[in-house]
Design a protein around this ligand. Sequence first.
Ligand code: UD1
Ligand code: UDP
Length: 369
Amino acid sequence: MTRKVLCIVGTRPEAIKMAPVIKALQAEEHIVCRVLATAQHRGLLDQVLEGFAITADLDLDIMRPHQSLTALTSRLLVELDGVLQAEQPDVVLAQGDTTTVMSAALACFYLQIPFGHVEAGLRTGDLCNPFPEEANRVIAGKLTRWHFAPTQHAVDNLLREGVAASDITLTGNTVIDALLMTAAQDSALGIQLDPGKRLVLVTSHRRENFGEPFQHICQALKRLAECNPDIQILYPVHPNPNVKDVAYQLLGLTPNIILCAPLDYAPFITAMKRSYLIISDSGGIQEEAPALGKPVLVLREETERPEAVDLGVVKLVGANPDTIVEQAQRLLDDPQAYQGMARGVSPYGDGKAAARIVDVLRQYFQSCA
Ligand code: UD1
Ligand code: UDP
């Protein structure tokens, strides 16, 4: 008997982290895998789906410029309800902590469709940090049938919240599957870099940093670039207007800062591989960079991904410009400090997370037969 699994993706990181799962499901004989794009992100999502040669079967085209969380959630719930009723999937899967994922879990709960949460159990313990992602993943977690946890730490978080051990599978993070699928080939970067300068790769998009903290981050990047003519900062700018407008205004004229549109996933991995140092507030990059042996300074006060921090290969620097400059300068000037953070350890998985997720679903379908 053929079963239907609906994979829901809304934003760039969800598409990257669900791509290996979608590929693995598509290879299953007795499973039909359908892909629903909410398109909470339009351009960024399409970029990733195209890069992985995935075509969405259904597309809600939800994104609006300057979308508010409430309007986004309301539209998602109404649209998801209609599509879930029409599709009647046996199982729904979604990844992470975006508004798409929280809404998908809730819409499934209302219709009593079993929901599998990929990258389950990440927590900071502070509902407002990161905002709104911690709340999104806590809500999704309450409504989840299968918790696919990337690390033992995430498993422990779920057990502490009273989730039954039998509902949790330690899978590793699917981002390492995606990274290994992509990093083997060196994709052209498409941007002229100065080979004589060390590359500092930057990304930033977190809501907690909007306003003054993001201005401070930009000031720190400008200072770093001005004080270190031997470096080149490459910053693919997130299209969120709260980020894009400020970044171009504050950094657009600094000669050794290159601002560019978001890179496709494969060229972005090339940029990571070529970089000396990464400065970012991204969740996914905190997981990918250690596997590539690249130190990351994280533009946040806390993280739900403490594993790499504990290993000393990722460091939290917040949004204080002095701290950012001081920590980056140390890594630029002190080879020993740099080597200590560039050790190439990967606490987030072995590239087989998607296979483990599909195993669980296969066993479930067999048990219902
Ligand atoms: C969202 C997620 C965040 C995730 C991030 C990954 C929520 C609440 N936030 O944040 O958890 O880490 O994606 O990047 O789920 N925009 C475009 N084109 C795009 C994408 C976004 O123009 O392809 C602009 C639009 O004006 C949109 C705005 O960015 O309204 C914000 O997008 P949204 O998905 O609400 O928030 P992000 O900050 O991208
Ligand atoms: N990424 C990309 N192109 C870019 C910047 C990032 O493909 O120009 C990838 C990066 O490798 C990582 C993911 O996007 O896998 C992170 O997405 P984002 O920072 O938007 O979200 P977060 O991980 O913080 O949820």
